[in-house]
Design a protein around this ligand. Structure first.
Ligand SMILES: [Zn+2]
Length: 84
């Protein structure tokens, strides 16, 4: 299943490290970011990225970027926003 959401073009993903040949190479970093954000906002302590559950993506600045880094970025943003 390929992701068609606008978050594929989010410029925040431009500076994420590349996932060269890793398991997450073709996963959507936008979806990873949203999952991390939701876990962070809820301040979940038992975290699971579950890479296989993320949609795939071949487009935008997030192409071939690390979903692990995107998840972590989303988690931090979610925690920050939960204190607003
Ligand atoms: Zn996505």
């Amino acid at each position: 299943m390929a992701c068609n959401k606008e978050h594929r073009y989010d410029l925040r993903f431009e500076n994420l490290p590349f996932d060269q040949g890793g398991a997450g190479r073709h996963r959507c970093v936008g979806c990873a970011f949203e999952k991390g954000y939701n876990d962070g906002f809820a301040r979940n302590e038992q975290l699971s990225m579950d890479l296989d559950a993320l949609e795939e993506s071949q487009a935008g600045p997030g192409r071939h970027k690390s979903p692990h880094a995107a998840y972590a970025l989303g988690y931090l943003k979610g925690v920050e926003d939960s204190y607003q």
